[in-house]
Design a protein around this ligand. Structure first.
Ligand SMILES: [Zn+2]
Ligand SMILES: [Zn+2]
Length: 115
């Protein structure tokens, strides 16, 4: 009996962090998505912060504050934020776009040279 895998929570992703860490991040966030526009949405209706609250309909995950680092690295540096699925996906996509945008060498990989 290890007990480690017997976690009682199920965020929308396979939890690679401990339940205690997840709970610390989520409770610190007030069980509400911490996105304040990083996903690209202004969240104006909810005062600049995503209004998604953790619950049955929406599950929040503890993800790296910097979407370009791995979750493992984020855990060891304690830079985690609570995000809902929509914001997490959009944030990651935005980060990838930003990375490719600032790296001119990447453009060549897409063969985007107009003839
Ligand atoms: Zn959100
Ligand atoms: Zn958002």
């Amino acid at each position: 009996m290890t007990g480690v895998g017997a976690v009682s929570f199920d965020p929308f992703r396979p939890p690679m962090i401990g339940a205690a860490t997840w709970q610390t991040v989520l409770s610190g966030a007030g069980w509400r998505c911490e996105c304040t526009g990083r996903c690209g949405k202004p969240h104006r209706k909810t005062e600049g912060r995503c209004g998604t609250v953790h619950g049955a309909a929406h599950r929040l995950a503890a993800v790296p504050a910097d979407p370009t680092v791995t979750l493992t690295a984020a855990v060891t540096t304690a830079a985690l934020v609570a995000l809902c699925a929509g914001c997490e996906t959009a944030t990651r996509r935005a980060a990838i776009n930003a990375q490719t945008a600032i790296d001119p060498d990447q453009l060549d990989l897409f063969g985007d040279q107009a003839a």
